[in-house]
Ligand binder design. Structure first.
Ligand SMILES: [Zn+2]
Length: 283
């Protein structure tokens, strides 16, 4: 399971402890050099030494590290990327897949990016504008964690012609519509809004879209408060698991009774992704 907006937001909030700290070094590890994506870039980050990390922000499922030399490091957790925040350098040798290490001064703190499946990203951009123009960032739609949730923008973006013939569950995974929703919160939001995931966007009534927008907002906010969902490997930078899985109503609950009506939860595949729902509650 890939970390979604709430997990990335929770991780970003913890990493913000590094804001305003002076960088001692940013290094790619020896291990990182085995992978094409990192190869040849080992010295690329030496220029960050003595720079100040001024801001850490989240854009969709990306984390941006902004420095006072104007440069930006863009990070994506991929499938199983994790950050570890520690003052103990012994921790580094205990990790199995460390790829990048940010070390700050005063006090010496290590933020280690460990990426077991190598789908993560850790790359440098010359300035903030170039990151914001990087297509995966530039194309991001409204942020699902924005408060208050922009209901009319959600309605207008969803009802664009290009989305009309999409099943709503497929549209919800499209980061150009709402950024930050992944497979878990897609199913949970649709259950909360009582909308059947196979319905076409063009057939959704305005009141249903409004209910869905509210459901997305409540679901994502609640997930941040729960420190995210730990289904398989997700941990926060202190190594702690999230607890949102404890209130999931439908995700990964195929065959279990719906908590509203008792009907067994159904799993279907849409574009090869699982969607879980209650056939009786979701119309
Ligand atoms: Zn039900």
């Amino acid at each position: 399971m890939m970390p979604e907006g709430p997990e990335v937001e929770h991780v970003s909030r913890i990493l913000r402890k590094l804001e305003n700290k002076t960088i001692k070094s940013i290094q790619l590890t020896e291990l990182s050099q085995k992978y094409n994506k990192y190869r040849g870039k080992k010295t690329e980050f030496s220029e960050f030494s003595k720079c100040k990390l001024i801001k850490i922000e989240r854009q969709g499922k990306f984390i941006l590290f902004r420095f006072n030399n104007n440069k930006v490091i863009l990070n994506h957790l991929g499938m199983s990327g994790k950050w570890f925040l520690t003052n103990d350098d012994n921790k580094i040798s205990k990790l199995k897949h460390p790829k990048a290490i940010i070390t700050t001064e005063d006090p010496r703190t290590f933020a280690i990016f460990d990426d077991a499946r190598n789908f993560g990203q850790f790359r440098k951009f010359p300035n903030y504008d170039t990151v914001m123009n990087y297509p995966p960032i530039k194309k991001l739609g409204l942020d699902g964690l924005e408060l208050p949730f922009p209901l009319s923008k959600f309605h207008d973006t969803l009802k664009q012609k290009r989305n009309m013939n999409k099943a709503i569950a497929i549209a919800l995974l499209d980061q150009t519509i709402v950024a930050g929703i992944g497979n878990i919160y897609k199913s949970e939001s649709l259950f909360r809004a009582k909308i059947n995931p196979v319905r076409f966007v063009k057939n959704l009534e305005n009141r249903e879209i409004e209910a869905l927008g509210k459901a997305i907002s409540i679901t994502l906010q609640q997930a941040v408060k729960s420190m995210g969902s730990t289904i398989q490997s997700y941990r926060n930078p202190y190594g702690e698991e999230g607890s949102a899985q404890n209130w999931h109503a439908v995700y990964a609950k195929e065959g279990k009774p719906c908590n509203l009506c008792g009907t067994p939860i159904t799993r279907i595949l849409q574009n090869k992704r699982s969607t879980f729902f209650c056939e009786k509650c979701q119309k």
